[in-house]
Ligand binder design. Structure first.
Ligand code: CDV
Length: 308
C-alpha cells in the first residue's frame, strides 16, 4: 500500500478588495486543519490568491495587481513555511507574470519540505478576448492569459506520480490521457466555475455540477488514477461560483465531497497502489491502444462532419 492522505482545501469567495495576507491566512487555517487530520498533501483551487479577476473588463486598471512576479513571494512565504513545518506537500493556483511580462494561469506543486517540484500553466483557456455584450457576465481568460507552454508534465512526488491541470482542462480527455501516458497516479486540479452559464442562464447549477463531476470521474477511471478537484466557491462581488469539490478514486467513484460553498476541507486516504489493477488490465495502454487510428487527435482542432 502507498497511502497518501489527501486534503482538498476548498475556498469560499475572495472579494476583489480582499488582500493577499487575508487570503493566505485563510489558506494556513485550512492547512492547520489538514495537519490535525494527518494529511500529507493539500490541494487549493485555481487562482487561489485573488478573486476570479478574468470576469472584470470594467476594472481593467486593477488587473496588473492580481499577478505574482515570483513564487514564493513575501505574501505567500508564510504558507510555504507552515506547509514545511507540518511536513505537508501543497498545490495551488495563481496568476503568473514572468520577467518578460508573459501572463499564465499557473499552478505549482511542492514536496513536504516546501520545495516547488512542479509547475503547470493552463492549456485550455476558456472564454474570449473582447467584451461580449451577449453574455450575462464576462469570462476574459483569453484576454488576461496566454495558453500554457509547458504541456502536461508529471512528477514523482511523495512516492507517487503526480500531474496537474486547471479548471477547464478537466473537461478535455486529451488532458488526462497525456498524463495517463506518463503513468500518472494522482491528478490535482483547482477550478473557478461560475454557477450560471453566461450563454444559457437557465442551464441550472445541478447540470453544471454534474458536468464537472462527469469530467473528473471519467478522466480518473479511463486513466486509472486518483483525482482531487478543488473549487473556489461562493459569491464573489455578486458573481456566484459553484462548489462541488471532490476526491475521486481510480475506479471513478467519488470518495469525498464538499457540502458547502465556503472554506472547507475534504479528506480521503488514497492508496496509489489502487491504480495498478486498471493500469495492468483494461487500461493497459501498451497492449490495447490503437494509435494508427488516433491521428486526427493531433492533426485537427475543429470537427469536420461529412458533406450532405
Ligand atoms: N475557470 C474556468 O476555466 N472556468 C470554466 C468555465 C468558464 C466553464 C470551467 O471549465 O469551469
Amino acid at each position: 500500500m502507498r497511502v497518501i492522505k489527501i486534503g482538498g482545501a476548498q475556498m469560499g469567495p475572495i472579494q476583489k478588495a480582499e488582500d493577499r495576507a487575508s487570503v493566505v491566512a485563510r489558506m494556513i487555517a485550512l492547512l492547520d486543519r489538514a495537519a490535525e487530520q494527518g494529511c500529507g498533501l493539500v490541494v487549493f483551487p485555481e487562482l487561489a490568491l485573488t478573486t476570479f479577476f478574468p470576469r472584470w473588463k470594467e476594472h481593467e486598471a486593477d488587473i496588473p495587481s492580481f499577478y505574482e512576479d515570483a513564487m514564493p513571494n513575501a505574501a505567500t512565504q508564510p504558507l510555504f513555511d507552515r506547509a514545511k513545518a507540518h511536513g505537508i506537500a501543497i498545490s495551488f493556483g495563481y496568476a503568473e507574470r514572468t520577467p518578460e511580462g508573459r501572463r499564465f494561469n499557473t499552478s505549482i506543486l511542492t514536496d513536504r519540505t516546501g520545495a516547488i517540484v512542479g509547475k503547470y500553466r493552463k492549456v485550455h483557456l476558456p472564454g474570449h478576448v473582447e467584451y461580449d455584450p451577449e453574455r450575462t457576465h464576462q469570462h476574459l481568460e483569453k484576454r488576461y492569459f496566454e495558453p500554457g507552454d509547458l504541456g502536461f508534465p508529471v512528477w514523482r512526488n511523495e512516492g507517487a506520480v503526480m500531474g496537474m491541470c486547471i479548471c477547464n482542462d478537466r473537461r478535455w480527455p486529451e488532458t488526462w490521457r497525456v498524463m495517463g501516458l506518463q503513468g500518472v497516479e494522482l491528478v490535482v486540479l483547482g477550478y473557478n466555475t461560475p454557477s450560471v452559464n453566461s450563454q444559457m442562464g437557465d442551464e441550472g447549477l445541478e447540470k453544471r455540477l454534474y458536468h464537472s463531476e462527469l469530467s473528473i470521474t471519467s478522466g480518473a477511471y479511463q486513466n486509472a488514477c486518483w483525482a482531487v478537484a478543488v473549487a473556489k466557491a461562493g459569491d464573489e462581488d455578486g458573481h456566484p461560483l459553484m462548489g462541488g469539490s471532490i476526491i475521486v478514486d481510480p475506479n471513478g467513484f467519488v470518495v469525498a465531497r464538499a457540502q458547502t460553498e465556503g472554506d472547507e476541507l475534504i479528506v480521503a486516504d488514497a492508496d496509489m497502489d489502487a491504480c495498478n489493477f486498471g493500469k495492468e488490465t483494461i487500461f493497459d495502454f501498451a497492449r490495447h491502444r490503437r494509435i494508427e487510428h488516433y491521428g486526427r487527435i493531433t492533426a485537427q482542432t475543429g470537427a469536420t462532419p461529412p458533406q450532405d
